[in-house]
Write a protein that binds this ligand. Sequence first.
Ligand SMILES: [Fe+2]
Length: 249
Amino acid sequence: MYAEVLAFEAALSVRFDWVLHVGDFGVWPDPTRIDGATRRHEGAGDFPTWFAEHRAVPRPTVFIKGNHEDFVWLDAQPSAEVLPGLHYLRNGQVQELRSGDEVLRVGGIGGCYGPSDFERPSASLQGYAKRHYTRDEIVGLAARGQLDVVLTHDAPAGVPFEQHRRGPGYTSEAAGLDELLARTQPRICFFGHHHTRLDSKVAEVPCVGVNKAPHPGCLIAVEIKSGERSWRVLAEWPTRKHDSEHQAR
Ligand SMILES: [Fe+2]
């Protein structure tokens, strides 16, 4: 991912202050523990090597969990900074992003919606069930004060998809995430999981769906200044031309 981030920076002639990641980062410190879906698709990726070498990430990064990570390992970490510069934002928690005098408050709800687990206490979820978020995590985050940015892995309920593996016109049913946005009114929400680049609105909050790497719209450069409601998209990456080159390789 960072090769793409650095290429994007070079194309824009900027240096990003922070990288925000919406989950399925691929946190598999032990490649023998990867789940079946990850094994069938991308594999364990670079994380085991980076972890073994205690390598610093090239840009400060905050990530939430997706539904394919080593959740047990993540929850067992004594520090949110799982590698130098790489910060795990736990469900219901807030991280302050600082850059000079600017401070942005980012809240996170990772994992996907699971109807059978949603009303259970978060602390009762074990093993693979930790891929689901819970209502108590959402209530906890909503009580933590004003937020500038919310990161969710699943799409907040109500987000419509023109194309979706569940059929055209599918609308997200990820309960609770819409209530979170209604209650906290962040300036922007980013989500992933659905492998679709789209713009929507839930509870008047702009919701930006981020595509799966390396497809167009997997990286979005956004300028957000503290103390203002507005934000702007600088550019997206990769371009379609770049993507077709990617797939031709
Ligand atoms: Fe996912």
